[in-house]
Design a protein around this ligand. Sequence first.
Ligand SMILES: Nc1nc2c(ncn2[C@@H]2O[C@H](COP(=O)(O)OP(=O)(O)O)[C@@H](O)[C@H]2O)c(=O)[nH]1
Ligand SMILES: [Mg+2]
Length: 380
Amino acid sequence: MTNEIGIANLPNQRHKIVNQQGAHFTIMVVGESGLGKTTFINTLFATEICAPRNYRQRWAKQLDKTTEIEVLKADLEERGFNIKLTVIDTPGFGDYVNNRDSWSPIIDFIDDQHESYMRQEQQPHRKEKQDMRIHACLYFVKPGGHALKPLDVEIMKRLGSRVNLIPVVAKADTITPEDLQNFKIKIREVINAQGIKIYTPPMDADDESASEHARQTQAIMPFSIIGSTQDVTTPDGRVVKGREYLWGVAEVENDEHCDFKKLRSLLIRTYMLDLIASTEENHYEAYRLAQMETRKFGEPKVRKIDNPKYREEEEMLRKRFTEQVKLEEARFRQWEQHLITERDRLNKDLEQAHSSIKSLENELEQMSAYHRQGSTSGRR
Ligand SMILES: Nc1nc2c(ncn2[C@@H]2O[C@H](COP(=O)(O)OP(=O)(O)O)[C@@H](O)[C@H]2O)c(=O)[nH]1
Ligand SMILES: [Mg+2]
């Protein structure tokens, strides 16, 4: 029944984060290349999200050339609720060993979204904000072999302190169900031992069934997934999204084969609003506080100086700042000059006014003298 929990049925306090225009929801996929991240996204959009019954969908794709981070956007509608879904596909890390820093643009991308949102919040005139803060980050782990490599641990630690991290075992069809279960246990052990922070669904003290569902969801982690946009026919004649093998079909939307459906339900239905709220309340707030401790209000973010790209950026910022100051100074001098001219003009006006008062006084003096003269001569 938990699949029935729609956004429209969520507790009231969660509703307030969904405004009139609906909710913005952003998912990011991260992991070594070749693990099926892009396929997963396509699968997500090829399955239920597209079904015309519940959802209205519009598509747009956009590629950031420098980071190769791809942004996919779709408008969904679920029972009258509009969801602006953004999925961010990142390039793989490639060879971990030779590419230790290839993941840092991803971390920066996450921070940049917080930064950009914070800047917008500081603006005196609050327009509709551009919001691409990541609400859920799926981390793809290679099935079999080591549970988590040291670099997986390193990256996951960094991700977990910034976003709602959801670990995923990729290509679940490539290992036996038994190995998959053991692998999941091993991963959970490493996550605990290394103190990696992963997303935990909220427990509701007043709602036992909701808490039970949260506990069950927690126990599934890491979610195993199979990705495929191919329609294949099962031995018993059903047409499903899946991968065909000599031994049969690995089905995307079969709970016996993988946790794809459970993961999709967590993201798009059950915990979407909690993911949004916890991003705002925990991760964004943590970023904001950390930034406030290290810099003054409105000051540009201090970048890692060892990176030439950032040094260049800093240099540009400094130049822009100097130019801005010069411009302001010129503007001030102009204004000052204007004031001086104005003061002089007013002084001159004042002088003129004084002298005309003087001459009027003189005139008055003369006239009253004339009158006095006239009246005395008349009495005579
Ligand atoms: N066996 C299997 N192969 C998959 C799965 N998902 C993707 N692939 C294949 O893995 C290869 C890399 O997939 P891709 O989505 O490009 O990986 P990415 O580099 O992480 O984006 C492709 O040949 C996919 O068809 C899966 O769940 N199981
Ligand atoms: Mg890819």
